[in-house]
Design a protein around this ligand. Structure first.
Ligand code: FAD
Length: 404
Protein backbone atom coordinates (compact mmCIF):
# COMPACT_ATOMS: atom_id res chain seq x y z
CA UNK A 1 0.00 0.00 0.00
CA UNK A 2 1.56 3.31 -1.07
CA UNK A 3 0.83 6.59 0.66
CA UNK A 4 -0.05 7.92 -2.85
CA UNK A 5 -3.00 5.50 -3.16
CA UNK A 6 -6.42 7.13 -2.65
CA UNK A 7 -7.26 7.92 0.97
CA UNK A 8 -10.60 6.40 1.94
CA UNK A 9 -13.25 8.85 3.14
CA UNK A 10 -16.35 7.25 4.60
CA UNK A 11 -19.33 9.59 4.24
CA UNK A 12 -20.08 12.11 1.50
CA UNK A 13 -21.59 14.79 3.74
CA UNK A 14 -20.22 18.31 4.05
CA UNK A 15 -17.21 17.18 6.09
CA UNK A 16 -16.26 14.30 3.80
CA UNK A 17 -16.57 16.28 0.56
CA UNK A 18 -14.60 19.23 1.97
CA UNK A 19 -11.81 16.86 2.99
CA UNK A 20 -11.72 15.34 -0.50
CA UNK A 21 -11.54 18.77 -2.14
CA UNK A 22 -8.87 20.07 0.20
CA UNK A 23 -6.78 16.92 -0.36
CA UNK A 24 -7.20 17.29 -4.12
CA UNK A 25 -5.91 20.85 -3.92
CA UNK A 26 -2.72 19.38 -2.47
CA UNK A 27 -2.59 16.79 -5.24
CA UNK A 28 -3.68 13.95 -2.93
CA UNK A 29 -6.19 11.39 -4.27
CA UNK A 30 -9.20 10.17 -2.30
CA UNK A 31 -12.14 7.82 -2.68
CA UNK A 32 -15.36 8.98 -1.04
CA UNK A 33 -17.71 6.14 -0.05
CA UNK A 34 -21.30 7.22 0.52
CA UNK A 35 -23.90 4.81 1.86
CA UNK A 36 -26.91 6.54 0.26
CA UNK A 37 -27.87 5.71 -3.36
CA UNK A 38 -26.84 9.25 -4.35
CA UNK A 39 -24.64 11.96 -2.92
CA UNK A 40 -27.02 14.59 -1.62
CA UNK A 41 -28.48 16.51 1.29
CA UNK A 42 -31.82 16.63 3.04
CA UNK A 43 -33.87 19.51 1.69
CA UNK A 44 -33.79 22.12 4.44
CA UNK A 45 -31.91 25.29 5.21
CA UNK A 46 -28.57 25.81 6.89
CA UNK A 47 -26.89 28.84 8.44
CA UNK A 48 -23.17 29.54 8.06
CA UNK A 49 -21.13 31.85 10.23
CA UNK A 50 -18.30 33.93 8.74
CA UNK A 51 -15.70 31.45 10.03
CA UNK A 52 -16.57 28.96 7.30
CA UNK A 53 -15.42 31.38 4.59
CA UNK A 54 -11.79 30.94 5.61
CA UNK A 55 -12.20 27.40 4.28
CA UNK A 56 -14.47 28.17 1.33
CA UNK A 57 -11.94 30.76 0.12
CA UNK A 58 -9.13 28.23 0.33
CA UNK A 59 -10.99 25.52 -1.60
CA UNK A 60 -12.29 27.99 -4.19
CA UNK A 61 -15.99 27.66 -3.34
CA UNK A 62 -16.94 31.10 -2.05
CA UNK A 63 -18.34 32.31 -5.40
CA UNK A 64 -20.48 29.21 -6.03
CA UNK A 65 -21.87 29.29 -2.50
CA UNK A 66 -22.56 33.02 -2.49
CA UNK A 67 -24.49 32.72 -5.77
CA UNK A 68 -27.07 30.60 -3.96
CA UNK A 69 -26.93 32.14 -0.48
CA UNK A 70 -28.75 35.02 1.19
CA UNK A 71 -27.34 37.41 3.76
CA UNK A 72 -29.92 38.16 6.47
CA UNK A 73 -29.80 41.68 7.94
CA UNK A 74 -29.82 40.32 11.51
CA UNK A 75 -30.12 37.27 13.74
CA UNK A 76 -32.79 37.84 16.39
CA UNK A 77 -33.90 36.15 19.55
CA UNK A 78 -37.50 36.68 20.68
CA UNK A 79 -39.29 35.59 23.82
CA UNK A 80 -41.71 32.87 22.74
CA UNK A 81 -44.40 33.89 25.23
CA UNK A 82 -44.47 37.68 24.81
CA UNK A 83 -42.91 38.06 21.37
CA UNK A 84 -40.52 40.69 22.78
CA UNK A 85 -37.19 41.00 21.02
CA UNK A 86 -34.53 39.90 23.49
CA UNK A 87 -31.33 40.11 21.49
CA UNK A 88 -30.25 41.26 18.06
CA UNK A 89 -27.03 40.46 16.24
CA UNK A 90 -26.81 42.80 13.25
CA UNK A 91 -25.34 40.80 10.35
CA UNK A 92 -25.12 43.61 7.80
CA UNK A 93 -22.30 46.03 7.06
CA UNK A 94 -20.94 46.35 10.62
CA UNK A 95 -20.81 42.55 10.99
CA UNK A 96 -18.93 42.21 7.73
CA UNK A 97 -16.54 44.95 8.71
CA UNK A 98 -15.84 43.21 12.02
CA UNK A 99 -15.66 39.58 10.85
CA UNK A 100 -14.45 40.20 7.25
CA UNK A 101 -17.03 37.73 5.90
CA UNK A 102 -20.84 37.51 5.81
CA UNK A 103 -23.38 35.48 7.78
CA UNK A 104 -25.36 33.41 5.28
CA UNK A 105 -28.42 31.20 4.95
CA UNK A 106 -28.57 28.67 2.14
CA UNK A 107 -30.55 25.63 1.02
CA UNK A 108 -28.59 22.50 1.97
CA UNK A 109 -29.13 21.02 -1.49
CA UNK A 110 -27.56 24.10 -3.14
CA UNK A 111 -24.61 23.94 -0.78
CA UNK A 112 -24.11 20.23 -1.29
CA UNK A 113 -24.32 20.60 -5.05
CA UNK A 114 -21.69 23.34 -5.03
CA UNK A 115 -19.31 21.01 -3.19
CA UNK A 116 -20.27 18.00 -5.28
CA UNK A 117 -19.78 19.82 -8.59
CA UNK A 118 -16.32 20.93 -7.47
CA UNK A 119 -15.48 17.34 -6.47
CA UNK A 120 -16.68 15.93 -9.81
CA UNK A 121 -14.35 18.32 -11.59
CA UNK A 122 -11.26 16.99 -9.79
CA UNK A 123 -9.62 13.88 -11.20
CA UNK A 124 -8.05 13.17 -7.79
CA UNK A 125 -11.51 12.42 -6.34
CA UNK A 126 -13.50 9.24 -6.92
CA UNK A 127 -17.11 9.42 -5.70
CA UNK A 128 -18.65 6.03 -4.89
CA UNK A 129 -22.39 6.13 -4.09
CA UNK A 130 -24.34 3.19 -2.67
CA UNK A 131 -21.31 2.04 -0.70
CA UNK A 132 -22.64 1.45 2.82
CA UNK A 133 -19.56 0.45 4.77
CA UNK A 134 -20.21 -2.29 7.31
CA UNK A 135 -16.72 -3.03 8.67
CA UNK A 136 -13.09 -1.94 8.46
CA UNK A 137 -9.72 -3.00 9.76
CA UNK A 138 -6.12 -1.86 9.61
CA UNK A 139 -3.93 -4.36 7.80
CA UNK A 140 -0.74 -4.53 5.72
CA UNK A 141 0.13 -0.88 6.23
CA UNK A 142 -3.30 0.34 5.17
CA UNK A 143 -7.03 0.07 5.89
CA UNK A 144 -9.49 -2.39 4.32
CA UNK A 145 -13.25 -1.73 4.23
CA UNK A 146 -16.21 -3.94 3.38
CA UNK A 147 -19.49 -2.61 2.03
CA UNK A 148 -22.97 -4.06 2.53
CA UNK A 149 -23.06 -5.38 -1.06
CA UNK A 150 -19.83 -7.35 -0.59
CA UNK A 151 -17.44 -4.92 -2.29
CA UNK A 152 -14.14 -4.25 -0.56
CA UNK A 153 -11.95 -1.14 -0.70
CA UNK A 154 -8.41 -0.56 0.51
CA UNK A 155 -6.44 2.63 1.06
CA UNK A 156 -3.51 3.96 3.06
CA UNK A 157 -5.80 5.61 5.65
CA UNK A 158 -9.48 6.03 6.57
CA UNK A 159 -11.30 9.28 7.40
CA UNK A 160 -14.54 8.52 9.24
CA UNK A 161 -16.79 11.38 8.11
CA UNK A 162 -19.87 9.24 8.66
CA UNK A 163 -21.85 11.60 10.86
CA UNK A 164 -23.69 11.53 14.16
CA UNK A 165 -24.20 7.75 14.37
CA UNK A 166 -20.75 6.94 13.09
CA UNK A 167 -19.77 3.32 12.57
CA UNK A 168 -16.10 4.32 12.67
CA UNK A 169 -16.60 5.98 16.06
CA UNK A 170 -18.42 2.90 17.38
CA UNK A 171 -15.31 0.84 16.70
CA UNK A 172 -12.65 3.43 17.55
CA UNK A 173 -14.13 5.04 20.66
CA UNK A 174 -16.87 2.54 21.57
CA UNK A 175 -18.82 5.05 23.65
CA UNK A 176 -22.26 3.87 22.58
CA UNK A 177 -25.10 5.70 20.90
CA UNK A 178 -25.59 9.47 21.27
CA UNK A 179 -27.48 10.33 24.47
CA UNK A 180 -31.10 11.47 23.86
CA UNK A 181 -31.73 14.77 25.65
CA UNK A 182 -35.52 14.52 25.59
CA UNK A 183 -36.03 16.96 22.70
CA UNK A 184 -37.24 16.39 19.12
CA UNK A 185 -37.20 18.53 15.96
CA UNK A 186 -39.57 18.96 13.03
CA UNK A 187 -38.47 20.79 9.87
CA UNK A 188 -40.54 22.40 7.11
CA UNK A 189 -39.98 24.43 3.95
CA UNK A 190 -42.84 26.26 2.25
CA UNK A 191 -43.07 28.78 -0.60
CA UNK A 192 -42.92 32.20 1.05
CA UNK A 193 -46.11 33.11 -0.83
CA UNK A 194 -47.94 30.61 1.43
CA UNK A 195 -46.59 32.10 4.65
CA UNK A 196 -49.53 33.40 6.67
CA UNK A 197 -47.79 34.09 9.99
CA UNK A 198 -46.93 37.66 10.95
CA UNK A 199 -43.17 37.12 11.37
CA UNK A 200 -39.88 38.60 10.14
CA UNK A 201 -39.28 37.45 6.57
CA UNK A 202 -35.64 38.44 6.04
CA UNK A 203 -33.97 37.86 9.39
CA UNK A 204 -32.95 34.64 11.09
CA UNK A 205 -35.25 34.47 14.12
CA UNK A 206 -35.12 32.20 17.14
CA UNK A 207 -38.12 32.21 19.48
CA UNK A 208 -37.02 30.83 22.86
CA UNK A 209 -39.66 29.38 25.19
CA UNK A 210 -39.91 27.10 28.23
CA UNK A 211 -38.83 23.74 26.85
CA UNK A 212 -39.34 24.69 23.19
CA UNK A 213 -38.02 26.92 20.43
CA UNK A 214 -38.62 27.75 16.79
CA UNK A 215 -36.06 28.98 14.26
CA UNK A 216 -37.07 30.45 10.91
CA UNK A 217 -35.48 32.22 7.96
CA UNK A 218 -35.97 32.69 4.20
CA UNK A 219 -34.10 30.72 1.51
CA UNK A 220 -33.39 30.96 -2.22
CA UNK A 221 -33.52 34.71 -2.47
CA UNK A 222 -36.73 35.08 -0.52
CA UNK A 223 -38.81 32.50 -2.39
CA UNK A 224 -38.87 29.82 0.31
CA UNK A 225 -39.34 29.88 4.08
CA UNK A 226 -37.58 27.42 6.40
CA UNK A 227 -38.98 26.58 9.84
CA UNK A 228 -37.52 24.31 12.53
CA UNK A 229 -39.61 23.55 15.63
CA UNK A 230 -37.80 21.94 18.57
CA UNK A 231 -39.36 20.89 21.88
CA UNK A 232 -39.06 18.65 24.91
CA UNK A 233 -41.38 15.65 25.04
CA UNK A 234 -41.62 12.40 26.95
CA UNK A 235 -42.31 10.64 23.62
CA UNK A 236 -38.94 11.63 22.14
CA UNK A 237 -37.91 8.00 21.66
CA UNK A 238 -41.19 6.84 20.12
CA UNK A 239 -42.46 6.90 16.59
CA UNK A 240 -45.92 8.47 16.25
CA UNK A 241 -48.12 9.56 13.38
CA UNK A 242 -48.96 13.02 12.06
CA UNK A 243 -52.09 13.29 14.24
CA UNK A 244 -50.30 12.43 17.46
CA UNK A 245 -47.44 14.81 16.60
CA UNK A 246 -49.94 17.58 15.81
CA UNK A 247 -51.73 17.10 19.15
CA UNK A 248 -48.39 17.18 20.96
CA UNK A 249 -47.32 20.39 19.25
CA UNK A 250 -50.62 22.08 20.05
CA UNK A 251 -50.26 21.16 23.69
CA UNK A 252 -46.56 22.08 23.98
CA UNK A 253 -46.91 25.46 22.30
CA UNK A 254 -50.30 26.33 23.82
CA UNK A 255 -48.95 29.46 25.56
CA UNK A 256 -46.68 30.52 22.71
CA UNK A 257 -47.11 33.80 20.88
CA UNK A 258 -49.90 33.61 18.22
CA UNK A 259 -47.38 34.14 15.40
CA UNK A 260 -45.54 31.01 16.51
CA UNK A 261 -48.74 29.02 16.53
CA UNK A 262 -49.45 30.22 12.99
CA UNK A 263 -46.03 28.91 12.00
CA UNK A 264 -46.72 25.56 13.65
CA UNK A 265 -49.99 25.21 11.76
CA UNK A 266 -48.03 24.97 8.51
CA UNK A 267 -45.43 22.47 9.77
CA UNK A 268 -45.03 19.26 7.82
CA UNK A 269 -45.08 16.63 10.57
CA UNK A 270 -44.22 13.67 8.37
CA UNK A 271 -40.77 13.29 9.91
CA UNK A 272 -39.35 13.81 13.39
CA UNK A 273 -35.71 13.92 14.47
CA UNK A 274 -34.67 12.96 17.98
CA UNK A 275 -32.07 15.38 19.40
CA UNK A 276 -29.04 13.67 20.92
CA UNK A 277 -25.78 14.78 22.48
CA UNK A 278 -22.29 13.45 23.07
CA UNK A 279 -19.55 14.44 25.49
CA UNK A 280 -16.35 15.92 24.06
CA UNK A 281 -13.58 13.34 23.76
CA UNK A 282 -9.85 14.03 23.71
CA UNK A 283 -8.82 11.43 21.14
CA UNK A 284 -10.60 10.52 17.94
CA UNK A 285 -7.92 8.72 15.94
CA UNK A 286 -6.11 5.43 16.15
CA UNK A 287 -3.27 4.51 13.81
CA UNK A 288 -4.42 5.12 10.24
CA UNK A 289 -8.06 5.85 11.11
CA UNK A 290 -9.45 9.25 12.14
CA UNK A 291 -12.88 10.77 12.80
CA UNK A 292 -14.05 14.15 11.59
CA UNK A 293 -17.11 16.41 11.89
CA UNK A 294 -20.18 15.05 13.69
CA UNK A 295 -18.53 11.65 14.03
CA UNK A 296 -15.87 13.24 16.25
CA UNK A 297 -17.54 16.16 18.05
CA UNK A 298 -21.26 16.71 17.34
CA UNK A 299 -22.68 19.81 19.03
CA UNK A 300 -26.30 20.53 19.86
CA UNK A 301 -27.52 22.86 17.11
CA UNK A 302 -27.77 25.95 19.36
CA UNK A 303 -25.03 27.88 17.52
CA UNK A 304 -25.88 26.44 14.08
CA UNK A 305 -22.21 25.52 13.68
CA UNK A 306 -21.93 21.72 13.39
CA UNK A 307 -21.44 21.78 9.63
CA UNK A 308 -19.06 24.74 9.91
CA UNK A 309 -16.88 22.64 12.23
CA UNK A 310 -16.99 19.65 9.86
CA UNK A 311 -15.86 21.94 7.03
CA UNK A 312 -13.09 23.52 9.12
CA UNK A 313 -11.98 20.00 10.07
CA UNK A 314 -11.79 18.97 6.41
CA UNK A 315 -9.29 21.68 5.45
CA UNK A 316 -7.24 21.29 8.62
CA UNK A 317 -6.97 17.53 8.24
CA UNK A 318 -6.02 17.72 4.55
CA UNK A 319 -3.29 20.26 5.28
CA UNK A 320 -1.84 18.12 8.05
CA UNK A 321 -1.94 14.96 5.91
CA UNK A 322 -0.14 16.83 3.16
CA UNK A 323 2.51 18.12 5.55
CA UNK A 324 3.07 14.68 7.11
CA UNK A 325 4.33 13.09 3.87
CA UNK A 326 2.79 9.66 4.48
CA UNK A 327 2.89 9.60 8.30
CA UNK A 328 -0.88 9.32 8.69
CA UNK A 329 -0.86 8.45 12.39
CA UNK A 330 1.25 11.55 13.12
CA UNK A 331 -1.01 13.76 10.99
CA UNK A 332 -4.10 12.44 12.79
CA UNK A 333 -2.65 13.11 16.25
CA UNK A 334 -1.74 16.66 15.22
CA UNK A 335 -5.25 17.09 13.81
CA UNK A 336 -6.86 16.12 17.14
CA UNK A 337 -4.55 18.43 19.04
CA UNK A 338 -5.27 21.31 16.66
CA UNK A 339 -9.06 20.91 16.79
CA UNK A 340 -9.92 19.64 20.27
CA UNK A 341 -10.30 22.90 22.17
CA UNK A 342 -12.31 24.73 19.56
CA UNK A 343 -14.72 21.87 18.92
CA UNK A 344 -15.07 20.93 22.60
CA UNK A 345 -15.78 24.56 23.44
CA UNK A 346 -18.52 24.58 20.84
CA UNK A 347 -20.03 21.38 22.28
CA UNK A 348 -19.99 22.74 25.82
CA UNK A 349 -21.19 26.25 25.00
CA UNK A 350 -23.96 24.75 22.84
CA UNK A 351 -25.29 22.99 25.93
CA UNK A 352 -25.27 26.23 27.90
CA UNK A 353 -27.00 28.08 25.07
CA UNK A 354 -29.58 25.29 24.83
CA UNK A 355 -30.53 25.91 28.48
CA UNK A 356 -30.61 29.64 27.82
CA UNK A 357 -33.01 29.25 24.88
CA UNK A 358 -35.36 27.01 26.88
CA UNK A 359 -35.27 28.82 30.22
CA UNK A 360 -38.48 28.76 32.24
CA UNK A 361 -39.82 30.36 35.38
CA UNK A 362 -37.37 32.53 37.25
CA UNK A 363 -34.51 31.43 34.97
CA UNK A 364 -36.42 32.96 32.08
CA UNK A 365 -36.85 36.24 33.98
CA UNK A 366 -33.12 36.29 34.75
CA UNK A 367 -32.29 35.58 31.13
CA UNK A 368 -34.49 38.36 29.84
CA UNK A 369 -33.09 40.83 32.38
CA UNK A 370 -29.51 39.80 31.58
CA UNK A 371 -29.79 40.31 27.84
CA UNK A 372 -31.49 43.68 28.16
CA UNK A 373 -28.21 45.64 27.86
CA UNK A 374 -26.45 43.40 25.35
CA UNK A 375 -25.50 45.65 22.46
CA UNK A 376 -23.84 44.97 19.13
CA UNK A 377 -20.31 45.35 20.51
CA UNK A 378 -21.06 42.88 23.31
CA UNK A 379 -22.54 40.35 20.87
CA UNK A 380 -19.57 40.55 18.54
CA UNK A 381 -17.15 40.15 21.45
CA UNK A 382 -18.98 37.04 22.68
CA UNK A 383 -18.92 35.46 19.23
CA UNK A 384 -15.38 36.43 18.25
CA UNK A 385 -13.79 33.13 19.38
CA UNK A 386 -16.08 31.35 16.92
CA UNK A 387 -16.58 33.78 14.07
CA UNK A 388 -12.98 34.95 13.79
CA UNK A 389 -12.32 31.50 12.39
CA UNK A 390 -9.66 28.89 12.78
CA UNK A 391 -6.12 29.35 11.58
CA UNK A 392 -5.19 26.15 9.80
CA UNK A 393 -1.75 26.06 11.26
CA UNK A 394 0.54 23.17 10.44
CA UNK A 395 1.67 23.22 14.03
CA UNK A 396 -0.94 22.65 16.74
CA UNK A 397 -0.86 25.26 19.46
CA UNK A 398 1.56 24.48 22.24
CA UNK A 399 -1.32 24.88 24.66
CA UNK A 400 -3.30 22.11 22.97
CA UNK A 401 -0.18 19.93 22.82
CA UNK A 402 0.41 20.36 26.53
CA UNK A 403 -3.12 19.17 27.34
CA UNK A 404 -3.08 16.18 24.97
C1 FAD B 1 -32.07 20.57 13.02
C2 FAD B 1 -30.60 20.81 12.69
C3 FAD B 1 -30.21 22.05 12.21
C4 FAD B 1 -28.85 22.29 11.94
N1 FAD B 1 -28.49 23.52 11.47
C5 FAD B 1 -27.18 23.78 11.23
C6 FAD B 1 -26.78 25.07 10.75
O1 FAD B 1 -27.63 25.95 10.52
N2 FAD B 1 -25.45 25.31 10.55
C7 FAD B 1 -24.49 24.33 10.77
O2 FAD B 1 -23.29 24.60 10.56
N3 FAD B 1 -24.85 23.10 11.20
C8 FAD B 1 -26.16 22.80 11.44
N4 FAD B 1 -26.53 21.55 11.87
C9 FAD B 1 -25.49 20.52 12.07
C10 FAD B 1 -25.04 19.87 10.75
O3 FAD B 1 -26.15 19.37 10.03
C11 FAD B 1 -24.05 18.74 11.02
O4 FAD B 1 -23.13 19.13 12.00
C12 FAD B 1 -23.29 18.38 9.73
O5 FAD B 1 -24.18 17.89 8.76
C13 FAD B 1 -22.20 17.35 10.02
O6 FAD B 1 -21.53 17.04 8.81
P1 FAD B 1 -20.75 15.67 8.65
O7 FAD B 1 -20.17 15.69 7.27
O8 FAD B 1 -19.86 15.45 9.81
O9 FAD B 1 -21.87 14.53 8.77
P2 FAD B 1 -23.17 14.28 7.89
O10 FAD B 1 -23.64 15.52 7.22
O11 FAD B 1 -24.13 13.57 8.77
O12 FAD B 1 -22.68 13.28 6.76
C14 FAD B 1 -22.40 11.93 7.03
C15 FAD B 1 -22.51 11.14 5.73
O13 FAD B 1 -22.03 9.83 5.96
C16 FAD B 1 -22.88 8.90 5.33
N5 FAD B 1 -22.74 7.62 6.04
C17 FAD B 1 -23.14 7.33 7.30
N6 FAD B 1 -22.81 6.07 7.61
C18 FAD B 1 -22.18 5.55 6.53
C19 FAD B 1 -21.61 4.27 6.23
N7 FAD B 1 -21.61 3.27 7.13
N8 FAD B 1 -21.04 4.07 5.02
C20 FAD B 1 -21.00 5.09 4.09
N9 FAD B 1 -21.55 6.30 4.31
C21 FAD B 1 -22.12 6.54 5.52
C22 FAD B 1 -24.26 9.53 5.45
O14 FAD B 1 -25.16 9.00 4.49
C23 FAD B 1 -23.94 11.00 5.23
O15 FAD B 1 -23.98 11.35 3.86
C24 FAD B 1 -27.87 21.27 12.15
C25 FAD B 1 -28.27 20.01 12.62
C26 FAD B 1 -29.62 19.78 12.88
C27 FAD B 1 -30.02 18.41 13.39
Amino acid sequence: MSSRDPILIMGGGLGGLTTALALAQRGLPSRVLEGAPEFGAIGYGIQFGPNVFHVLDRIGLTGAVMDKADCPPAVLMRDALTGNELARIPTGASFRARFKHPYIIIHRIDLHNALLDACKYRQEIELVPEAMVTSFEERNGGVALSAADGRTFTGPALVGADGFRSLVRAKLVADGEPRPIGYVAHRTIVPISQLKADVHRQEVVLWGGPGFHIVHYPLRHGTLFNVVAVFRTSTHGERGDVESYRAELQHTYRDAHPAMRDLLAMMDLGRRWQVGDRDPIRHWSKGRVVLLGDAAHPPLQSFAQGACMAIEDGLCLAELIHAAGGDFAGAFRRFEAARILRTARLQLESRALWEFYHAEGIARDVRNETVADWDEAHMYRCLAWLYDGFQTSLEPSTQAQRRA
